[in-house]
Ligand binder design. Sequence first.
Ligand SMILES: NC(=O)c1ccc[n+]([C@@H]2O[C@H](COP(=O)([O-])OP(=O)(O)OC[C@H]3O[C@@H](n4cnc5c(N)ncnc54)[C@H](OP(=O)(O)O)[C@@H]3O)[C@@H](O)[C@H]2O)c1
Length: 262
Amino acid sequence: MKVGVIGGGNLGSSLIRGFLKSGVLNPDEIIVSDPDERKIKELAKLSITVTSDNRRLVRECEVVFIAVKPDLVETVLKEVEDLSEGKLFISVAAGVSTKFIEERTKARVIRAMPNICGSVLQMASAYSNGSRATARDENIVKQLLGKLGTTFHVEEKLMGAVTGLSGSGPAFFFYLIKAVQDAGIELGLPRDVSFKLAVQTARGASEILLTSEEKIDELISRVCTPRGTTIEGMKILEEKRVADAIREAVKAAAKRAEELSR
Ligand SMILES: NC(=O)c1ccc[n+]([C@@H]2O[C@H](COP(=O)([O-])OP(=O)(O)OC[C@H]3O[C@@H](n4cnc5c(N)ncnc54)[C@H](OP(=O)(O)O)[C@@H]3O)[C@@H](O)[C@H]2O)c1
């Protein structure tokens, strides 16, 4: 199966790296198009086909990811509209509805919201089917995105929530880990030691959550022994209403996704 990726930026290139790393696609099954020579040169090192010609890509591929910025989707669709019949377009553009794409092309459409963790096969993503998408199309999406991590089908009206939570989520977690790292540095730890302790702690905590039967609140209580050290830190988190701030951050990102919706 030939898979094209229009837009080889942050998201497009992380999808491609994930497809190759997971083995779900071979290099000779992937074509990427991007106007930026520098990005194309970098992606060519992966032995995939690179081009600046979106029309060539759509002509040659059965499945086409649209990974340009949302405001450029319409331009790209205009460019390839006459080649779209019989193709599956998978759009990852935030806020762009399946209807918007269906009205401008003859393609079958699935809208997906991945995140940049695909390159390390730890992506959290969700997708919604457009009105013309078939069961086979959904299987293709599940197969491709599922190999990069975890994927869920959601109703399209929930795509804003997914965007705020897992699409934007990596940045929120990077921010939190950086704060933990900075605290370690302020307490005298060398920068690299503090970084690795912070990151490995986040990884370990995630791993426990993914494998344990215990609820999050039970796990928190398990670390917070009475009169111990963790509880002192938890008091500050509660006092400063950190949970509220994080909830607001996810909701603000989701709201922005809704505002950008077309
Ligand atoms: N970044 C994320 O974490 C994330 C997560 C979920 C969804 N998304 C979605 O993914 C899409 C891409 O985001 P991104 O962060 O990857 O943006 P990005 O890094 O700017 O990548 C977009 C790429 O598309 C290229 N491009 C511009 N016009 C094009 C055209 N006409 N044909 C082909 N390629 C073209 C851009 O080249 P130039 O730089 O030369 O313009 C750029 O390399 C967005 O719609 C976003 O909503 C992103």
